[in-house]
Design a protein around this ligand. Structure first.
Ligand SMILES: [Fe+2]
Length: 287
């Protein structure tokens, strides 16, 4: 794959492709700090390959160090809790984000004033083998490129209206399912995958409505087709976390979610969102 010479010239790195998309940069002399890598070529890798894994680098000591690193990438999104979200299972979670259950596909920032361009995840502690908890990423540009014209036409007629209330927001967002990447205009999908009906163990369902389709059968076909395509192994990368992993993603192109994990498994991720330059005002936010 074409990789910037700043990185290729570094013999202490091994650069490999992930399947079906993404690129991994491994530190051969384990434990060197990721701060030693120039960010510009890494940023270019994320924009080209959608996802970058940095493996076998030294871990950041704490959230402040991760946040400082994220600032090299751009302006971190600031939340009521600061810049670093601690993704750890909680005892009695008020929201599914802090549970061990499946997280449906969505894009970050969909309910916020700005949509971040990048997500930076640090795996503080892996969930452990056979415990699940992979973060799932779907390449929506590839999904659209591979869709047949009739399917794509159906998706292109649909608009989602999403309402979600949780600790940090109470917002409504309206977005066409098929829209354009805000920088280069490549068609991408913005979609929050519906979850099973109330009564399951999914805490705090968002309200989702889809318009633009003729009838219930088209609506069912929309969700069936999107689910099949987003989770098709040709478009889905499920990241199995290893302690110390850093993953940087293109949130403008990908949708992401989470596979359920064993309750009580020691899964601990930290996440910082980095805004684009200039920051992308959320085009779908109604309130
Ligand atoms: Fe997310």
């Amino acid at each position: 794959m074409p990789v910037d010479h700043d990185l290729l010239g570094d013999r202490r790195l091994r650069i490999t492709a992930l399947e079906p998309f993404g690129v991994a940069v491994h530190a051969l002399d384990r434990g060197r700090p990721p701060t030693g890598l120039p960010v510009a070529p890494l940023r270019a890798l994320v924009r080209e390959h959608r996802l970058l894994l940095l493996r076998d680098f030294a871990a950041f000591a704490g959230p402040a160090e991760l946040s400082a690193y994220a600032e090299r990438w751009g302006e971190p999104a600031v939340w009521p809790f600061g810049t670093v979200l601690e993704l750890v299972q909680q005892q009695d979670p008020a929201d599914h984000i802090f549970d061990h259950t499946h997280m449906p596909m969505h894009w970050d920032g969909m309910y916020r004033e700005h949509i971040p361009e990048f997500q930076i995840f640090q795996c503080v502690h892996a969930p452990g083998e056979d415990n699940g908890g992979e973060t799932t990423f779907s390449d929506t540009a590839a999904v659209l490129a591979d869709a047949d014209p009739a399917t794509r036409a159906l998706w292109s007629r649909a608009t989602g209206t999403y309402h979600r209330k949780m600790e940090y927001y109470d917002s409504t967002t309206v977005s066409p399912v098929v829209t354009a990447h805000p920088v280069h205009g490549t068609p991408v999908i913005r979609y929050n995958e519906p979850t099973a009906e109330a009564g399951d163990d999914f805490v705090n369902h968002p309200d989702l409505e889809f318009s633009g389709l003729a009838d219930e059968s088209e609506l069912a076909e929309l969700h069936r087709g999107l689910r099949a395509a987003l989770y098709d192994p040709a478009h889905l990368y499920a990241h199995s976390w290893r302690t110390g992993d850093l993953v940087v993603t293109d949130n403008y192109t990908l949708l992401h979610g989470r596979n359920a994990f064993t309750s009580g498994a020691p899964r601990h991720l930290r996440r910082v969102q980095v805004l684009g330059d200039p920051p992308l005002t959320n085009p779908g936010l109604v309130r």
